[in-house]
Design a protein around this ligand. Structure first.
Ligand SMILES: Nc1ncnc2c1ncn2[C@@H]1O[C@H](COP(=O)(O)OP(=O)(O)OP(=O)(O)O)[C@@H](O)[C@H]1O
Length: 275
């Protein structure tokens, strides 16, 4: 099964407004006792989505970055993997989320380490995943930017059987929703139209790019405010930082998408392979 990207883009931005997305997330779990693998370019909201799923389902959330489990001492990395599952069982009902899964479970025999350490970690992970399939209230989610590097045994039934592609936003409507979410804590001038700002954006931006855009506009507004106080045009106590539409438009002009067209095409080809 492969969910369409739209639901994923909007799931975080719309979390509080639209219960429909969370219902999709919940049903994703209810229909599958196995794990779900989120894959796609960096910064598209895979981690956010995993957190949103746990929150919406009212489950505990245990997040582990793959490289954190790697250890130089013999046998310790495998033990770290087993410990994560022990902690997940203790925290059940719980979502355990493995970020950067490719660093933990590369294709066996191709990882290039001399002692076969990575192979043993993958085997330990597979054994734990098989065990978790029997535990009704521990759900496994993982994310990767490189699904092509993963050990294929991970994708077999009962393990990460469901693959979900999380791509960039491909319409301005979706971009407005993400802009709204990432600017929710920023003082925007009331006349700002996020629709007009979104209409200037290329359709290849990740959520993280849009967060960078809004932060850039905030810095411009901050500098304006500081300069006005320094020049004596404003008293410090009456200075108010307000991000205007012009600030956002300027940031939009300077923004370079973090994922190139070539990389996007590569992810789309992977999406077709895993569909
Ligand atoms: N759909 C979205 N809605 C709102 N904000 C988003 C969205 N996607 C990304 N962001 C912003 O980008 C930041 C990074 O997102 P996140 O860490 O979830 O991406 P990721 O796909 O897990 O990245 P990586 O692959 O590098 O781990 C978030 O903290 C948030 O500010």
């Amino acid at each position: 099964m492969n969910q369409q990207p739209d639901f994923l883009f909007y799931s975080c931005a719309k979390k509080s407004e639209d219960k429909c997305t969370s219902q999709i997330s919940i049903s994703l779990f209810l229909v599958t006792p196995s794990g779900v693998l989120l894959y796609g370019p960096p910064g598209t909201g895979k981690t956010l989505l995993a957190k949103a799923v746990a929150t919406e389902c009212g489950l505990n959330f245990l997040s582990v970055k793959g490289p954190e489990l790697l250890n130089m001492y013999v046998g310790q990395s495998e033990e770290n993997v087993r410990q994560v599952f022990r902690r997940a069982n203790a925290a059940a009902p719980c979502v355990v989320f493995f970020d950067e899964l490719d660093s933990l479970a590369p294709n066996r025999g191709h990882s290039g380490d001399s002692g076969g350490v990575m192979d043993r970690i993958v085997s330990a992970l597979l054994a734990e995943l098989d065990g978790v399939a029997d535990a009704a209230d521990v759900f496994v989610l993982a994310a990767t930017n490189r699904p092509d590097l993963l050990d294929p045994a991970l994708l077999r039934p009962g393990r990460f059987e469901k693959l979900v592609f999380v791509g960039v936003c491909e319409d301005h409507e979706g971009q407005v929703k993400i802009l709204r979410a990432v600017s929710s804590k920023i003082p925007l001038s009331p006349s700002t139209s996020l629709e007009r700002v979104a209409s200037l954006l290329p359709l290849s931006l990740t959520g993280a790019d849009m967060y960078a855009l809004v932060t850039d506009a905030l810095y411009t507004a901050l500098h304006r405010c500081i300069n006005a106080v320094r020049a004596g045009h404003l008293q410090e106590e009456e200075a108010e930082v307000l991000v205007t539409e012009e600030d956002l438009q300027k940031a939009a002009k300077n923004l370079v998408p973090s994922v190139s067209a070539r990389e996007l095409a590569h992810y789309h080809s992977l999406n077709t392979v895993h569909r």
